[in-house]
Design a protein around this ligand. Structure first.
Ligand code: ZN
Length: 443
């Protein structure tokens, strides 16, 4: 029997017109579901003067955006899940908490049907990156409140992969177990795999390549999609690295690369609608290769906490819109960064991920770790922008390195940086899943 190429061929290779009709049908169901159950959306749509029951796929853009702050306020008003929750707590099978930047966690409820939908979309993601029944799959993300961990665990188990649930703790024990079991695949974040690689080499005298991983998927922060960072991680671990992205409010992974590694495919067909909008005007745009756009998500298969036109703040570049060499039809993107993380130097928009790519290209003279120091508030920064960079084991002359880094940033990113080099211990990954690359206020 020929090897099955997709988890769900009908969805992953769907023709755009058929997808549109499917989205229209499910959107109409979802809007009625919400209208009848959510005080938040009922009030919101009444105030906007729109009739959600007359809205279809072609008129979705007539509904107002939803933003994170509304969800936070909705939860404060009607704890625990908020006025956007559409099922009673007795029908909620699990509750996750995402760490809000403002301190108070955002809670996300999942019904049994929602959990099944997650398993379906996540199985498409895992399959696209090489996971099959029996694949020994290392889940190296937090298995607690964090939405992705248990979601990955459930989906891998449902597709009969062999789960190795290390979570993000006990690195020494993890390596010891993995040497016994062997491991084929890993899902984690770029910061955390760098931490693990350092730990293995420095504390255990273990070469990460010796584990024999065939592939890994990395998400939670931009990184794996940048050529220099990807290359560094692939060399360190001796395996393919796939970029992945999702969101706590919809599905932990909605986008993933396939074996072609040519941008992340949309894999949420039938569960989520993605709109691309102009970040300045908020108007929907037709995705075209090379275009920079912001993404907006709408749930169309969600019972518990469905969000409509959720403006999450992720900026992406469109990599491809046609059929990929793998046969999948989902639009391909690269994450450029969060709109919140962008800063502007003399009219030039800069994302920390682009800085990361330049600094990583200097390995092993740098370690790839850095911090950008910005003023306490605002996005506009006067040059030179202070950037602290950790120098690597083969740094050579530090003055020379500083000059070269500044020159590379000026050439590639068109802004002036003031580089300060520090020993790698000062910025070494600490074992958290995301690194803090922007420091505000104390520059
Ligand atoms: Zn593909």
């Amino acid at each position: 029997m020929a090897e099955r190429r997709y988890w769900n061929e009908a969805m992953e290779t769907i023709d755009p017109n058929r997808l549109w009709r499917l989205e229209d049908e499910r959107l109409r169901w979802q809007l009625r579901w919400i209208w009848e159950r959510s005080p938040l959306y009922r009030q919101k749509w009444e105030e906007a003067g729109v009739d959600p029951l007359s809205i279809g796929r072609g008129s979705l853009h007539e509904l107002p955006f939803t933003v994170k702050d509304e969800i936070r306020r909705s939860q404060e008003k009607a704890p625990p899940l908020g006025e956007h929750a559409c099922v009673p707590l007795t029908e909620v099978v699990k509750i996750h908490a995402s760490s809000g930047t403002t301190g108070r966690p955002t809670l996300i409820g999942v019904s049994a049907a929602d959990a099944a939908m997650w398993n379906e979309v996540l199985a498409r993601f895992f399959w696209a990156t090489g996971v099959r029944p029996g694949t020994r799959s290392w889940v190296a993300v937090s298995l607690g409140w964090y939405i992705a961990g248990l979601g990955f665990y459930d989906a891998l188990q449902a597709m009969r992969a062999t789960v190795l649930p290390s979570s993000n703790t006990e690195a020494a024990r993890t390596f010891s177990v993995l040497q016994e079991t062997g491991v084929d695949y890993m899902v984690s974040s770029p910061s955390f795999v760098n931490y693990l690689a350092n730990f293995a080499r420095e504390r255990l005298n273990l070469d990460p390549k010796s584990l024999g991983l065939k592939s890994m998927s990395l998400g939670g922060e931009p990184g794996a999609g940048f050529p220099e960072i990807r290359q560094q991680i692939e060399e360190t671990w001796g395996c393919k690295v796939y970029d992945a992205m999702g969101t706590a409010d919809f599905v932990p992974v909605i986008w993933s690369e396939c074996e072609a590694q040519d941008g992340m495919h949309f894999l949420g067909q039938g569960a989520v609608i993605v709109e691309f909008i102009d970040p300045e005007t908020g108007e929907p745009v037709e995705p075209k290769e090379g275009m920079l756009a912001e993404i907006v998500y709408t749930a169309i298969q969600r019972e518990c906490v469905p969000l409509v036109r959720f403006r999450i703040g992720d900026l992406v570049r469109i990599e491809g819109t046609g059929v990929c060499s793998c046969g999948r039809t989902g639009t391909r993107i690269r994450c450029v960064g969060r709109a919140d993380d962008m800063f502007i130097v003399q009219g030039v928009n800069v994302f920390p991920s682009a800085v990361a790519d330049v600094i990583t290209s200097f390995r092993p003279r740098t370690t790839g770790e850095f911090q950008i120091h910005l003023p306490a508030t605002g996005t506009r920064v006067d040059p030179p922008v202070p950037i602290v960079v950790a120098y690597g084991p083969e740094a050579g002359d530090l003055d020379q390195l500083k000059q070269e880094l500044q020159e590379a940033i000026r050439m590639k990113l068109i802004f002036r940086a003031d580089i300060r080099l520090v020993p790698h211990e000062e910025l070494a990954p600490t074992g958290s899943l995301k690194r803090k690359v922007i420091v505000r206020g104390d520059a």
